[in-house]
Design a protein around this ligand. Structure first.
Ligand code: DC
Length: 226
């Protein structure tokens, strides 16, 4: 049996891609690469430098010159990896509310996507990688050995995020989260460049009625059958 060397996992926000990607990579001894962190890092850089996120040429220029580095986790604080932006650890900052509110816009810019895609492809082509995002199977690694599109209804994704945020003590409402999930779906799937959609040869996995273990087991079956 040949195990696929490059595995692409795409899907909408909060569908469980990161959890699956991290666990699958650990199981296979592969590198886990969550490409969303790159768009988040560009967004953070724009906010830090007072750059208007709607100023496409300036944001694109930033994306072309910043150095984003994803490394093995060096701190035991719940992180899956370290993210460095121009040499500074921004692992938690890229998860902040201002970044979350602006990253969808930044990720619509063609020049930003080109800069990020080039770096992601270089890492992906080295193999033994589980790469997670929105356009991995369609654009970044169209020849990936296995493509999984992880889907779930907006209501179920919002419910999971609500439970997560409550557990972390973040004051929030289910309706606000559902609104946010729907808005991000709309932006991600209607943008002109690399919109969110399953690749033609992707296998669609719906996680509405599966927990994290169930999703992992289903993905392992796909790996074994690939
Ligand atoms: O997966 P995430 O929530 O960290 O992604 C953050 C944003 O980046 C989200 O708006 C979609 C975008 N993104 C993208 O356009 N392409 C990718 N390959 C990964 C993320």
């Amino acid at each position: 049996m040949t195990i696929p060397r490059t595995i692409a996992i795409d899907g909408p926000a909060a569908s469980g891609k990161s959890t699956l990607g991290e666990r699958l990579a650990r199981r296979l001894g592969y590198l886990y690469f969550d490409t969303g962190v790159m768009y988040r890092a560009v967004t953070l850089k724009a906010l830090q430098t007072g750059t208007d996120v709607y100023d496409e040429p300036r944001v694109t220029r930033l994306a072309e010159i910043i150095v984003i580095d994803v490394r093995q986790a060096s701190v035991n604080d719940g992180r899956m990896y370290d993210v460095f932006l121009d040499g500074v650890d921004v692992t938690w900052e890229i998860r902040s509310a201002p970044v979350a509110a602006n990253v969808s816009v930044v990720s619509t810019y063609a020049g930003v996507r080109k800069a990020m895609t080039e770096q992601q492809r270089r890492i992906g082509l080295q193999g033994n990688v589980v790469m997670v995002g929105r356009d991995i199977g369609t654009v970044v690694l169209p020849d990936a050995d296995l493509k999984i599109y992880l889907d779930a209804s907006a209501e179920e994704r919002a419910r999971r995020r609500f439970v997560e945020e409550q557990a972390r003590g973040i004051p929030t409402s289910y309706e606000d989260i559902l609104d946010n999930v729907r808005t991000r779906d709309k932006i991600d799937s209607s943008r002109e460049v690399a919109p969110l959609r399953p690749a033609e040869d992707a296998i669609i996995l719906n996680s509405d009625h599966l927990d994290a273990d169930g999703v992992l087991e289903a993905a392992i079956r796909l790996v074994e059958a690939a």
